[in-house]
Design a protein around this ligand. Sequence first.
Ligand SMILES: NCc1[nH]cc(CCC(=O)O)c1CC(=O)O
Length: 312
Amino acid sequence: MSREIRIATRKSALALWQAEYVKARLEAAHPNLKVSLVPMVSRGDKLLDAPLAKIGGKGLFVKELETALLENEADIAVHSMKDVPMDFPEGLGLYCICEREDPRDAFVSNTYADLDALPAGSVVGTSSLRRQAQLLARRPDLNIHFLRGNVNTRLAKLDAGDYDAIILAAAGLIRLGFESRIAARIEVLDSLPAGGQGAVGIECRTDDAEIHQLLTVLHDQPTAWRVTAERALNKHLNGGCQVPIACYAELEGDQLWLRGLVGQPDGGRLLRAEGRADVSEAETLGIRVAEALLEQGAAGILQAVYGEAGHP
Ligand SMILES: NCc1[nH]cc(CCC(=O)O)c1CC(=O)O
């Protein structure tokens, strides 16, 4: 096989790690395949036109990679599934989901062993409303402070003494070699993860059958079923990037068990719902659990959050 695969990637440490991981696995499986990385420079100008600007936040970074695929500057884009919007542009789709890393949130602190060890009034860093809602529901005394930036930046801010603890996805820390920084993994019961957390997905052109075939060695069907159910829930709740929605699917034999949560950002109310279905019904299950959340009043909570964030 003489084909070359060009991987479009952002330049953050985590994005590069994920791209290198896919490159290494593709090369191992297909010895004659040439795989290269195409690191994307910022295209701030392109972000200003209306349709892109509407997508916002994380969606913008994905968009940049998608443009490279559509313009045939690259062949595949590697994403953290939790950052991938629900719908794809015409001509592109998700053709591979790799085996999931630890999906849990991680408690990271230089002083305290876990959440319960934090003294009253401690400062915890996270910019995720999902994490904030669940933290405050359990520990209303904590002070949640905004924490932005990539994984390295966030760890540096913790080390500078700005926070007593921070919450990050375990997966990102493990991939970047920072597993030893995890003081405690927070069980999913206490911090239900974001849909797709810990899973890496590969997007490519719909009509590129040769690439689809080459990618099959990286596909992990159990992860794909789980992430499909989670994304269906997010989609049904219209979950964008800054919303207090959590969901997590596990496999019990050939049954999917999906748990979903919508939380008031101040932790005052956490709505929970769950359901089980055959793996072939992953999407229906996601919609069903989302409906159960809506019946409890999820729309009101989400509407209040969108209002504050300035969304329509
Ligand atoms: N929001 C950014 C982001 N996107 C994916 C991960 C971690 C790795 C993953 O979930 O696959 C992170 C960092 C974090 O939330 O701590």
